[in-house]
Design a protein around this ligand. Sequence first.
Ligand SMILES: Nc1ncnc2c1ncn2[C@@H]1O[C@H](COP(=O)(O)OP(=O)(O)OP(=O)(O)O)[C@@H](O)[C@H]1O
Length: 313
Amino acid sequence: MSIIQTRNLRRRFGDVAAVDGLDLEVQRGEIYGFLGPNGAGKSTTINMLLGFVPPTGGSGTILDADIETQSLQIRQRTGVLPEDFGVYDRLTARKHVEFAVDTKNAADDPAQLLERVGLGDAIDRKSGGFSTGMTQRLALAMALAGEPELLILDEPSSGLDPNGAREMRQIVTEEVDRGATVFFSSHSMEQVEAICDRVGIMREGRLVAEDTIDGLKSGFSSPSKLRVGVDSVPDAVLQRLRGLESVIDARTDSRFIYIELEEEAPKAPVFSTIEDQGVTIGEIGTKTASLEDLFASITTGERSAENPVEVRQ
Ligand SMILES: Nc1ncnc2c1ncn2[C@@H]1O[C@H](COP(=O)(O)OP(=O)(O)OP(=O)(O)O)[C@@H](O)[C@H]1O
């Protein structure tokens, strides 16, 4: 069953098409990572899903409720961690969570929720003095109130230290285990790779790729990178390497030669070209495409013509 569905969803701000014909479909129980560079349209999408910004075209439903006419109902059943969460400085963490619990007509114990996000010790502190990470944890505790069916988290790990980011991942996993669906936007490839079932990548208001992480990686025609330790770098060696048909680029920092090769190109000609110049080869390292490389490739459009991941233009 679809928990989030949009059809040709659009939003313009003056001349800017912030979201430009978005078809999303997120299934129950999924952890869906929503990625894209700055200004790609992620927050605008989330704001439309939650009824904070009206669409200029298209339609959408969350939990079968219309995003334009039934947003109160949607927010009642959804836990939200907004991008720019602002605290009431003079209210304690407990008061914030009590407010969230009341709004949801729920019966959660604020102390338990705050303990869960690692703020047990700060429960009666005024939140005006909270650090960025503590504020983010407080926002998460509020989002968890009432065991929502759907969690929409806008950049949940921003401001969190590595422990906080790990705890955030753990909480997301626990929420999905109890039956929730999680939709979150992120710039953290590490975070996304660690927990997402599927990712959608936005670029200039459009969904330009959508798949599982393994699917994206396997469908991605990636060059391989070689790092070759050398005892010297004669003048001609880089030029000769660049002259090889399968070599995209060759650089050096005098201790290593870094070679970018066409996908699955044989490496032997590279080594023989280097050795022919009287160079002794030492340590050899290889690197395959990371999610980071993939993201860069998809969102900058480089090699997109040969990129066989699902592309919706
Ligand atoms: N209220 C607004 N008024 C005018 N333009 C806006 C408004 N909100 C968003 N935009 C524009 O819409 C585009 C998409 O912005 P959006 O905030 O949705 O991107 P994003 O993917 O969330 O970016 P980031 O990763 O930086 O948060 C940008 O060009 C932005 O300047």
